[in-house]
Design a protein around this ligand. Structure first.
Ligand code: AFP
Length: 297
């Protein structure tokens, strides 16, 4: 069985990047341990206006402290913070973008949530997604799994006794029929309504949990589409380009899928600010091509 480190040693990653990836991945252990003591809401909101769960705040503080201590990271953009955390004296200049605990409304009901992370080697957390050096997420389900790309395919690892070993190599997203959409149906715009209508007529099957990372993992394995569209009352949608769309989109692209807002490939969009929001369609190309066509019509 190949361990995470053995896999990384076969890639073109520099040693400090391998260390950084391993360091972040192993934070799944303390984060999972913290679930039981952080079940409630924190009573605060983040800059996107989301209610913060205690575990959002805990995971954010924990990962930021670990990254600052490592001295490998010069910028950290976190969904739970207004501003980018800077460490100009870091010995390596990686920029990390993250959603420390994605899907936090599901913590209290013990459904699957995760940690989403993107890494840039240019020191700029507000880079376009297509400049990402590595992207990963840890999914806290029945198993803890790590899905990782360093720009040469997607690999999935499972955590046992503090060691990640490879579960699947070079994962390819199949064409598929699963779909899940955020936003209230009464507020959907006509293009989105038509998209979902076409999918349903073609036998699409609804799967939506309220955790982007968990819903995406299913799409990665089975094929289909996750979407959070713009709506009549919200032109920007709900999800964030920097912390959510770009790392997941980079993984999707590495697995043969695509991420779009219906018009633009999101990996080409320059973030205007840390909490830049965007409509999202991410999944198999049979699905992204459909929404792109509908938006053009
Ligand atoms: P956070 O838990 O990090 O705030 O993210 C939740 C989320 O951005 C994404 O994970 C879900 O897919 C989406 O929001 C769910 O939103 P709805 O509750 O509006 O469906």
């Amino acid at each position: 069985m190949t361990t995470l480190r053995e896999y990384l040693d076969k890639t073109d990653c520099k040693d400090d990047l391998k260390d950084l990836i391993e360091l972040i991945a192993i934070q799944a252990v303390p984060i999972r341990d913290a679930f039981i003591y952080n079940q409630s809401y924190a009573g605060t909101e983040n800059s996107s206006g989301d209610k913060q769960a205690a575990l959002d705040v805990w995971s954010d503080e924990h990962i930021v402290n670990v990254l600052l201590k490592s001295n490998l990271v010069s910028q950290i953009a976190s969904e739970e913070r207004d501003d980018i955390v800077k460490n100009p004296n870091a010995k390596a200049g990686y920029a990390v973008v993250m959603d420390p605990l994605d899907g936090s409304s599901l913590i209290q009901v013990n459904l699957c949530v995760g940690t989403i992370v993107g890494i840039y080697d240019n020191g700029d957390a507000l880079s376009c997604g297509n400049q990402m050096r590595a992207a990963m997420y840890m999914l806290y389900g029945p198993m803890t799994v790590l899905t990782l790309t360093v720009g040469s395919g997607v690999y999935i690892f499972a955590l046992k006794d503090g060691v990640y070993t490879m579960l699947e190599e070079n994962v390819k997203m199949p064409q598929g029929k699963l779909y899940g959409s955020g936003g209230l149906k009464k507020d959907w715009i006509p293009e989105h309504e038509k998209f979902i209508d076409e999918i349903e007529k073609e036998g699409g099957k609804l799967r939506y949990s309220g955790s982007f990372v968990a819903d995406f993992h299913q799409i990665l394995k089975y094929g289909g589409i996750y979407c959070y569209p713009k709506t009549k009352d919200n032109a920007t949608g709900k999800l964030r380009l920097v912390f959510e769309a770009n790392p997941i989109g980079f993984i999707a692209a590495q697995a043969g899928g695509e991420i779009t807002d219906g018009v633009n490939n999101l990996l080409d969009v320059k973030p205007q600010k840390p909490h830049h929001k965007t409509p999202i369609y991410v999944g198999s190309k049979n699905m992204t091509e459909k929404i792109i066509r509908i938006c053009k019509e």
